[in-house]
Design a binder for this molecule. Structure first.
Ligand code: NAD
Ligand code: TDX
Length: 335
């Protein structure tokens, strides 16, 4: 079994590769990643010399590189590669369209040409837009993305769907809620707040802090993707979530308490434009039909995550000083 993971140097992709290499030592994993600012090969230092793991530096939107990679007889593609930060999509949407929409199209064309066995597209609950005070997103909730990021993800989802309907490509789309855990780039809420609190800097909370996100530990997301890989029904979409809805301010206060830092570090700042009020995932399809079971309790998971960042300040500082990019340059092999 040879699996192509795209975007494997990022937060979820690197956790997924580690999870799979440990659990399936006979599977071969190729990690194709462009090493944007969000790609960090230090996340995979522990397996860089593993005989079943190969890193290739390359852009999923480059048809030549992608074609080269697909000549290696790929059985399954798992597409994590994306621009993933909503705030960046507001200030610079173009790169989101290029990577998330056009890059996915390049991968789909190669999957079609080389008759890949399965194409799993890692998407997000943000494609459904926002919820009011009640209700949950199901797989049939209409798409109503509100940011350039979520619109580009919705666009890629629809392309993936069309390659199933038109060309018979074996596909699954997964839509997961907000992930937390080790190796998340410190631009996202939880690692940013932990980093700032550890360094006694202000914690910028958007608007009133009452927006709600549905948090899941990244390892539960990895096991859900594994489940879809093994048991997902051709053409199906699966929502993934841990039923852990929290307001942002609750998350921030939990971090401050755990780190023993004062609430005076909290600073309310101007709200994010188009800020989705609430996400909540109904994951009953993957649970009932495929037997996936999330394992992490939110309070133990978040405490372990806070401790991970506290104990890995060198990892954080190497991002802050850009030293991780030197490591990337020394380690990578271009296609
Ligand atoms: P991330 O930003 O940490 O990592 C993205 C990775 O993709 C990086 O390694 C980057 O170098 C790589 N990449 C970017 N552009 C590329 C390109 N053109 N070609 C090849 N590689 C490229 O993102 P993440 O948080 O790990 O998210 C991974 C996937 O999961 C994304 O598709 C995202 O939309 C989805 N997702 C994320 C969350 C979350 O909470 N983080 C939740 C649901 C879904
Ligand atoms: O500094 C901040 N202050 C703040 O109040 C940041 C970075 C965020 N926030 C708020 C905005 C959101 O309500 O916290 C919440 C979470 O923000 P992000 O970490 O940026 O995540 P979100 O916008 O919810 O999107 C995330 O989840 C779905 C990921 O970034 C996406 O890639 C994923 O698809």
């Amino acid at each position: 079994m040879r699996i192509l993971v795209t975007g494997g140097a990022g937060f979820i992709g690197s956790n997924f590769i580690t999870y799979m290499i440990n659990k399936y030592p006979d599977y071969e994993i190729i990690n194709l990643d462009a090493l944007t600012y969000a790609g960090n090969l230090e996340n995979l230092k522990h397996i860089q010399d593993h005989p079943k793991y190969l890193f290739i530096k390359g852009d999923i939107a480059d048809p030549r590189i992608v074609d080269d990679v697909f000549q290696r007889s790929i059985d399954i593609v798992i597409n994590f590669a994306a621009e993933s930060h909503v705030d960046k999509s507001i200030s610079d949407p173009g790169v989101f369209i290029r990577t998330n929409v056009m890059g996915t199209h390049v991968l789909l064309e190669a999957a079609r040409k080389y008759r890949v066995g399965k194409f799993i597209h890692i998407s997000t609950d943000e494609v459904y837009g926002t919820l009011g005070d009640t209700g949950l997103f199901t797989e049939t909730t209409p798409l109503a993305p509100n940011s350039p990021y979520s619109a580009s993800k919705a666009g890629s989802d629809l392309l993936v769907r069309s390659y199933h309907e038109t060309y018979g490509l074996n596909i699954n789309i997964t839509r997961c809620s907000n992930n937390y855990g080790p190796y998340q780039f410190p631009e996202k809420l939880i690692p940013l707040m932990i980093t700032n609190a550890l360094q006694n800097k202000e914690l910028p909370v958007y608007g009133d802090g009452l927006n709600v996100r549905d948090w899941i530990h990244v390892k539960d997301h990895c096991s859900a993707i594994e489940t879809v890989m093994l048991k997902g029904k051709n053409g199906e979409i699966y929502n993934i979530g841990g039923r852990n809805e929290r307001t942002n301010i609750e998350i921030v206060k939990t971090i401050l308490i755990e780190l023993g830092k004062p609430e005076s570090l909290i600073t309310y700042v101007e709200d994010r434009p188009g800020h989705d009020k609430r996400y909540g995932i109904d994951a009953s399809k993957i649970i009932d039909q495929l037997g996936w079971i999330p394992e992490y309790n939110f309070f133990t998971g978040i405490k372990a995550t806070i401790n991970w960042y506290k104990n890995n300040m060198d990892w954080l500082q190497r991002i802050q000083t850009a030293a991780y990019q030197d490591y990337n340059n020394q380690t990578c092999v271009s296609s």
